[in-house]
Design a protein around this ligand. Structure first.
Ligand code: CA
Length: 232
């Protein structure tokens, strides 16, 4: 047993789903199970988990409320598991501070990939100054972007939008979060700005802008920058 593995907290009241998640994540970390929000909070005494997977329908409290409480004192990555497929529910969980979500039923490989992306995000994080993906290199100290070594011009808004997505790589950013980060608090309802500027970024950065590999759309919810996982 390798004790260097990250602790992964699984908050889920259905034992068979907990067992499924535990078995699926054997290679990614050491799974700690909680059947309720109260048990989940107990798991933070001692060496805290590196990531939490949280079901929204818990017996004692709503999962969104639990996420909101966790966010008052921890920035650990949170992946939501939910039977609620409505976009408004996903947006509520993401705006409460979740990083990503999976709708039940979900595939094992998809869950592993999301978990790896979130664990890696902790390692790269906001301190990263140079980011490379595909043939693109973004240098955030010199504010330069190159494609195959050739400089690409980004407008200030495009650059800020790319920065917000890269800082949150692997994480779903809701329309509201991106509009607030890039344009400011008064712009939360201007979803069409995002569509236009994401389109510009794809034209400049994606090999095939119609089939983006990195700047992904989360339909009805927002956008995600996804590094391509070589392990999948
Ligand atoms: Ca449940």
């Amino acid at each position: 047993m390798n004790d260097d593995r990250p602790l992964i907290l699984v908050v889920e009241d259905e034992p068979q789903i907990r067992r499924f998640v535990r078995a699926a994540l054997e290679d990614e970390g050491c799974v700690v199970e909680a059947g309720s929000a109260a048990e989940a909070l107990e798991a933070f005494t001692g060496p805290g988990p590196a990531l939490a997977i949280i079901d929204l329908g818990l017996p004692d409290r709503d999962g969104v409320e639990l996420i909101r409480e966790l966010r008052t004192w921890t920035m650990l990555p949170v992946l939501v598991l939910s039977a609620r497929s409505a976009e408004a529910e996903k947006v509520a969980a993401l705006d409460a501070g979740a990083d990503d979500y999976l709708t039940k039923p979900f595939g094992v490989e998809e869950m592993r990939a999301r978990v790896r992306a979130l664990l890696r995000r902790q390692k790269v994080g906001a301190g990263e100054t140079v980011t490379e993906f595909g043939s693109i290199r973004v240098d955030r100290v010199h504010r330069s972007v190159t494609r195959d070594g050739i400089a690409i011009h980004l407008t200030p808004i495009e650059y800020r939008l790319l920065g917000a997505l890269l800082t949150n790589a692997g994480r779903v950013m809701t329309h509201r979060q991106l509009l607030k980060d890039v344009w400011g608090a008064g712009y939360a309802e201007r979803g069409h700005y995002l569509r236009i500027y994401i389109g510009h970024l794809r034209q400049k950065l994606e090999a095939d802008p119609a089939r983006p590999r990195y700047l992904l759309t989360e339909t009805g919810v927002g956008y995600r920058f996804q590094f391509q996982d070589s392990a999948t």
